[in-house]
Design a protein around this ligand. Structure first.
Ligand SMILES: NC(=O)c1ccc[n+]([C@@H]2O[C@H](COP(=O)([O-])OP(=O)(O)OC[C@H]3O[C@@H](n4cnc5c(N)ncnc54)[C@H](O)[C@@H]3O)[C@@H](O)[C@H]2O)c1
Length: 324
């Protein structure tokens, strides 16, 4: 339900007139509009680049004439590519790679230059971006555009690198994004979830209510200005564990996940959130208990209908050689 105090303007973020109209009388902007499917971005390159990059350019051109106090842009953990790792000598590795996958081997864990295994550790903001999909490239362009354009025009730019957001209201029928939404849609339709690789890849799942609070802090706290912050729960979980937990929450223990044993091109093995900077600068701490969050998600999903498009997605990626 839209707050009666809110004004709703519907339109395409690339449409200058609509964006100018939406900016009238506005003090701050939260920029969320985006095409959001990592795999899909690898073949719908123009559509993704148009909405994500050109859309952000249109927004900032409009802001030149109508500057606001602050712009908060939703960036993504996808810009990191592989997360940060520690090698056998205790050194930190920023450019972990999976050369064995390129050689067609089902060896999922990244290795160092000598082929030794690496240990994943929480990823902080200073890790160098490693852009491995068009979506990641787009999110990085949005982030840089925000910082490059805000300060010269007297505005404050803030970027939040969101990890895996979940919760009621999330899009259920997009098979390219939101692993919990995809699994939930499968369970709702009586189908077992598909898990790429072996399911031991680790991510950070953060509840939408925590993310909403992070945006509020990013909008109003003076010390947020000019910053880029990771927003996650600070806890890492394997995709397989998450599928099992959601099956329990949705009462579908009978549907055990199909483990595909293949990787999608551009997918990374592990990336989870180092929340230190957001805690120090914004006082941010994720509060939602994961199991309770899943129970809430399950309750909401049960009231929804969702089109299960996972087979379509798999066929699209396989037809283009984007699954190996
Ligand atoms: N959900 C996550 O886990 C996650 C993680 C990292 C970053 N993000 C970012 O958070 C933001 C919101 O993502 P979400 O997960 O809610 O996805 P979503 O698909 O639910 O929301 C994206 C919104 O953008 C709108 N949009 C798409 N193209 C548009 C266009 N041309 N003009 C205007 N609006 C357009 C869509 O209608 C949709 O409402 C995005 O910027 C996304 O990149 C999300």
């Amino acid at each position: 339900m839209l707050d009666p105090e809110a004004e709703l303007v519907r339109g395409d973020v690339r449409n200058k007139d609509v964006v100018r109209k939406a900016l009238q009388g506005v003090d701050s902007v939260v920029h969320l509009a985006a095409e959001v499917g990592v795999g899909q971005s690898m073949y719908e390159v123009e559509r993704y680049t148009s909405t994500n990059d050109v859309g952000t350019a249109v927004l900032f051109e409009a802001l030149i004439d109508a500057p606001v106090r602050r712009v908060v842009t939703a960036s993504s953990m996808s810009i990191y590519g592989e997360g940060l790792y520690r090698d056998a000598d205790g050194g930190l590795v920023q450019d972990a790679d999976r050369p064995n996958l390129r050689d067609g081997l089902s060896q999922w864990e990244p290795v160092d230059a000598q082929g030794r295994p690496l240990q994943p550790v929480p990823t902080p903001e200073w890790k160098r971006p490693a852009l491995s999909s068009i979506y990641a490239l787009n999110k990085y362009v949005q982030e840089r555009t925000t910082h490059i354009m805000a300060a010269p025009y007297g505005m404050e730019g803030v970027c939040l690198r969101l990890f895996n957001v979940y919760g009621p209201g999330q899009a259920l029928s997009n098979p390219y994004t939101g692993v919990l939404a995809i699994f939930a849609s499968r369970f709702l339709n009586g189908q077992a979830p598909l898990i790429f690789e072996d399911g031991e890849q680790r991510r950070d799942f953060v509840h939408v209510s925590d993310v909403a609070r992070a945006f509020a802090e990013a909008l109003f706290l003076p010390q947020a200005a000019g910053g880029t912050f990771n927003i996650g729960s600070g806890k890492d979980r394997s995709v397989r564990d998450v599928a099992d937990s959601l099956a329990r929450a949705m009462g579908r223990n009978d549907l055990s996940a199909e483990v595909v044993g293949k990787a999608r091109i551009g997918d990374i093995r592990h990336c989870f959130c180092d929340t230190t900077l957001a805690a120090e600068r914004l006082g941010f701490e994720a509060k939602q208990d994961f199991e309770a969050g899943l129970a809430e998600l399950a309750g909401w999903v049960a009231q929804q209908t969702a089109k299960d498009r996972v087979s379509e997605m798999r066929a699209e990626l396989e037809a283009r050689g984007l699954v190996a």
